[in-house]
Design a protein around this ligand. Structure first.
Ligand code: G3I
Length: 302
């Protein structure tokens, strides 16, 4: 293939990017988007603060703009994210206990129902585990509603959109030896053994000097896949965009049969949440970087 999406498709996979609705009027941006990618993830537009800014009042305009742009061009959509401790609207930030549990489940149900049939995979729950060596859940208002909040969210999403793939998504879960990675692994194993409806695990893979790519990444992907879930690289960016590291990430995904797609977290460096790290595949003018060539070659050689 001559583009990321076409080359990934030849390997039975997708190649996606995070998209911001506010950039869809930038033709430099959409030219690259439409040419290179066959999957999109709304960068902020499906988050709780965007879709339910006031309790019970849902707002889907920006998300629908991205969904329509993508689907009318044959791109698939990853939904991000139904339940998260961050980017909660202020009404939710102040809630706790059973009222919060109900509000969270209602949110999951409403949003997944609204986009039923249009979102191939949902990040049902995002970033629920703590950093560091504890292996514990992250403390949050959602966690304080009870340890079963994650499985409750998955069951609600499954009831609302039975055909969507339901993913758990997190960061710093790339290194197989880290406690956080093992803790997520144990949760997924438990869910699979008890029939909790989970289909996939997303590895954000925001690599930088503090949390670098490590060669046991392939072991992480294959170990999770062996539990009977798909694995997806969901928010890839790498500080400095070293071509060799991007190549290794792609090769690792291609080596794992159930690694069915890669998403980079933005198109041009100027679109990145970490733009000063120039971590993406296109420079701020929209030109291909060496990392782009390495990714394309890896997709075609693998
Ligand atoms: O839209 C408002 C704008 O109206 C306001 O004037 C401006 C002033 O700060 O803020 C704008 O919202 C910002 C939003 O991005 C859109 O640009 C928020 O402040 C800012 O916090 C938000 O950052 C996003 C971040 O998630 C928030 O947690 C980043 O764009 C987004 O790339 C980032 O993505 C996360 C994933 O969802 C989860 N994994 C980590 C990843 C990187 O942090």
């Amino acid at each position: 293939g001559t583009t990321l999406g076409a080359s990934a498709a030849e390997k039975g996979r997708y190649f996606g990017t995070a998209v911001a609705a506010g950039r869809l009027s930038d033709s430099n941006y959409t030219t690259i988007l439409n040419r290179e990618f066959n999957s999109v993830t709304p960068e902020n537009e499906m988050k709780i603060d965007a879709t339910e800014p006031q309790q019970g009042r849902f707002s889907y305009g920006a998300a629908e703009q991205i969904v329509n742009h993508a689907r009318s061009r044959g791109m698939s959509v990853r939904g991000h994210t139904l339940a998260w401790h961050s980017q909660q609207p202020s009404w939710m930030q102040g809630m706790s206990g059973s009222a919060l549990r109900s509000a969270m489940l209602n949110h999951v149900t409403q949003v997944a129902t609204h986009f039923r049939g249009q979102v191939v995979a949902w990040d049902v729950v995002n970033e629920a585990f703590a950093d560091g060596s504890s292996g514990a859940r992250r403390d949050s208002n959602l966690q304080r509603t009870g340890n079963d909040w994650i499985e409750a969210a998955f069951r609600a999403a499954d009831a609302a959109d039975p055909n969507a793939k339901l993913c758990y998504n997190d960061y710093n879960t790339d290194n197989w030896t880290h406690a956080k990675t093992q803790a997520v692994y144990n949760m997924v194993r438990d869910f699979k053994s008890r029939g909790v409806p989970i289909d996939c695990v997303g590895f954000q893979s925001h690599f930088n000097n503090d949390s670098p790519y490590v060669s046991n990444y392939r072991t992480t992907l294959s170990s999770f896949a062996a539990l009977g879930v798909d694995v997806q690289i969901t928010e890839l960016d790498i500080q400095g965009a070293p071509a060799n590291t991007y190549r290794s990430v792609v090769e690792d995904c291609l080596a794992v049969a159930r690694c069915n797609g890669i998403t980079v977290w933005g198109i041009r460096d100027s679109d990145s949440w970490r733009s000063s790290q120039t971590p993406l595949l296109f420079n701020s003018s929209g030109q291909k970087k060496a990392a782009y060539d390495a990714v394309l070659a890896a997709l075609n050689n693998g």
